[in-house]
Design a protein around this ligand. Structure first.
Ligand code: NAD
Length: 435
């Protein structure tokens, strides 16, 4: 086999349909991303097939008794994409549209993200097909505990460490931690991250993802000659990630001119009063109705005059329909998968610099790593210490991505994949195949 040929496909069994690269969906997008980096992997390309299959995918039935006495069954998943570099790490999503394909893709992107910032984890992800808003608190607790027991085969502080994702939070992590601890007979705070501070959570975790978004944004602005002072910023999603990033950019002298969330879009050419917007969101649940701003049609958000655009809400928001309208010079992906592959190409053709999710929003998992380390040593760090370590890791990781992008004349997304895939496959190669 030549050094950068792909492994002998003929010797592999035909792929099951959900692993088929022609199967559209998040997993298909991920497979295309891996194909794009394979030519840059040199002799490690021999191992690339390892990235195209999850190591383990567990589907579980989660039956619970509802408050009205009926029995309801929900489908749950835990996927460990790759464990070459360490235990699995990745969140748990509760959403009615969760599918195995989506969880597989999210677990693979966790492998890439964890390797890109060089935290010693593989990639994993979990989920339950449920709309948690339809459940009572008791039903939600029973669902979480039964799911945790069902995936107990896979998780553990040294095996696979879940965390919050869409519609899961510190309360759900507390129930997961307690269930695992009851089943194993010892309190194991390190089995999940994103816990409340009183249960071994870490200072700085809540703001970590937004702080990471801001940190890579500052670095990219410096390298591309964009002055932050007075730069106009538009943010989609003003929750944990977008709200923190918006606040930090405003504190650094940028002007947040537009914010969109599920309640509408607000605009002020002179700059929104970000602390006041955050207070309004905390009091009312969204930016809609904020005084001190003009209302804007949701579709017009994408064509706002700005230098920096931060999608920090949902997947697939920047797509073939709106990418052409974007005026920003810098797009910083706070959300996971906010840009479709077609939109990515449109933005590249327009000369827009896209800081991809796999590096831009890695601040959350980085501080989750700090939480896990603190739980293991039962020694807790100050918030300043955590923020300083986070910023250093994000700066170093971003500098490496920038350099690889320049050297190979590729996008920052492909550069991040090159670095991460090399790290994962080198670990794979050094470990060798067992038996
Ligand atoms: P969040 O629930 O705190 O905030 C989500 C925001 O998106 C809210 O402002 C909501 O109003 C807005 N939103 C929802 N539907 C919308 C719509 N249709 N149009 C416009 N806005 C809409 O969630 P979060 O933790 O800030 O996560 C946001 C994104 O960042 C998700 O993609 C998540 O996977 C990703 N992410 C989060 C973290 C983290 O640590 N929280 C880490 C990595 C990635």
């Amino acid at each position: 086999m030549t050094s950068n040929s792909t492994p002998a496909a003929a010797s592999n069994h035909p792929l099951p349909s959900y692993l088929d690269p022609k199967h559209l969906g998040p997993w298909g997008i991920y497979l295309q991303q891996v194909d794009r980096v394979t030519p840059y992997l040199g002799s490690l390309a021999r191992w690339v097939e390892t990235l195209k299959r999850p190591k383990r995918a567990l589907i579980v039935d989660v039956p619970i008794e509802m408050d009205n006495g009926t029995i309801a069954h929900f489908e749950g998943y835990r996927v460990q994409h790759n464990l070459s570099r360490g235990p699995g790490k990745g969140g748990v999503r509760f959403h009615q549209d969760v599918t195995l394909s989506e969880v597989m893709a999210l677990s693979a992107w966790m492998s890439i993200k964890n390797a890109a910032v060089n935290v010693p984890y593989g990639g994993a992800k979990g989920g339950i097909r449920v709309d948690p808003k339809t459940l009572s608190k008791g039903e939600l607790e029973r669902l979480t505990r039964r799911y945790t027991s069902e995936i107990g085969l896979l998780i553990g502080p040294s095996k696979d460490i879940p965390a919050p994702d869409v519609n899961t939070n510190g309360q759900i992590m507390s129930w997961m931690m307690d269930t695992y601890s009851m089943n194993t007979g010892a309190t194991a705070t390190g089995v999940v991250t994103g816990k409340p501070i009183d249960l071994g959570g870490s200072l700085g975790r809540v703001e970590a993802t937004g702080r990471g978004v801001f940190t890579v944004g500052v670095e990219a602005a410096k390298l591309s000659g964009l002055a932050l002072q007075g730069a106009r910023v538009a943010v989609q999603g003003f929750g944990n990630v977008g709200g923190t990033a918006g606040k930090l950019f405003a504190e650094a002298g940028a002007i947040v001119v537009a914010v969109q969330d599920h309640t509408g879009t607000i605009f002020n050419a002179k700059g929104l009063d970000v602390p006041a917007v955050l207070e309004h969101v905390a009091n009312t649940g969204g930016v809609g109705g904020f005084k001190g701003a003009d209302k804007m049609a949701n579709d017009d958000f994408w064509s706002v005059d700005c230098e920096i655009l931060i999608p920090a809400a949902l997947e697939g928001q920047i797509n073939a329909k709106n990418a052409g309208k974007i005026k920003a010079k810098l797009v910083i992906e706070g959300a996971n998968g906010p840009t479709t592959p077609e939109a990515d190409d449109i933005l590249t053709d327009k000369g827009v610099l896209v800081l991809p999710d796999v590096i831009a929003n890695a601040g959350g998992v980085t501080v989750s790593y700090f939480e896990w380390v603190q739980d293991f040593s039962s020694f807790f760090w100050s918030e300043d210490e955590i923020n300083a370590r986070l910023v250093r890791i994000m700066q170093e990781a971003f500098a490496a991505v920038w350099q690889v992008a320049q050297e190979n004349k590729v996008s920052l997304r492909t550069a991040t994949f090159i670095i991460a895939c090399r790290r994962i496959l080198h670990a794979r190669e050094m470990r060798g195949l067992y038996p």
